[in-house]
Write a protein that binds this ligand. Sequence first.
Ligand code: AQP
Length: 334
Amino acid sequence: TPRVFSGIQPSGGLTLGNYLGALKRFGETQDRGDMPTIYCIVDMHAITVWQDPEKLNRATRELTAGFIASGIDPTKSILFNQSAVPGHAQLGWIFNCVARLGWMQRMTQFKDKAGKNSENVSLGLFAYPALMAADILVYHATHVPVGEDQKQHVELTRDIAIKFNNDYGVDFFPVPEPVIEGAATRVMSLRDGTKKMSKSDPSDMSRINLTDDADAIAKKIKKAKTDPEPLPETLEGLDGRPEARNLVNIYAALSGKTAAEVVAEYAGQPFGSFKPALADLAVDRLSPISTEMSRLMQDPAEIDRILAHGAEQANAIAEPIVRRAYQIVGMVGA
Ligand code: AQP
């Protein structure tokens, strides 16, 4: 049976990249209503890089508010935090033993995050993709909506599912599909069109945060890097112009148009007139979200209740799957 799973780390504030690449699409998937949807705040992934405990608490609640403000309805989707459901860690260990060292060494996100100093990063950061495979497969999820940057990790999840099934001669785990669609599957930094927009970029001008006010959004878009050329007449005219393409893609994703439609609409116009239109659109789409997030954050006890309820629902699905996986592996008492 088809089932959707995806997650986001509470490792800082949400960016426009997280919104367009993930949250907005999570809400749309939920509203289509053709598959059950499970969305997770992956706090255990967040601590693969040290997090201040108080900030982690706050970021988890703020991210929950971000999910709800972006249209995830906890009565339609299961919404919870990873550490509250033990099955993620339990299955994660099995997958640490299924995955091969060489597979992990090929993960580009690990190489990017570890940089040259890989002796000093946590073992958890290295094993991250095996835990991510457990996040998905502990629900027998089949569809994983993510941004482009997570494609390699979902492919590794497929490899883990296949190897587990082969190693134990079972047809137990489904082989899930990454779902990467829409106009903004890879939102780029506003300062460098070749780098992904990221919550951990040291420059705040590189990203739009979901909590930014209208002035900050307008200022960041106005200062966004572009080249001196006006918008092209056709989509092909964006080739070799990563910054221009990024702004067009953002406009398309926020407005629900295709990039080709946006280019047709603004053909030949300078960025001096496109940027204010983009800023207005971004403020129009994002300010209701940030207002709703602040409202929800005023009642942290209610957020905690929502998460606890979601964890209970998630656990009801995960627990028998973990038990069966442990039986397959040969654990007594499972
Ligand atoms: N720039 C982006 N464009 C499109 N999608 C993006 N996502 C993240 N950045 C972009 C998608 O958001 C989801 C959650 O990401 P995450 O929080 O689990 O981790 P991340 O990919 O590591 O996010 P960041 O913002 O880049 O955080 P840091 O800086 O801490 O690494 C995923 O579906 C991701 O594809």
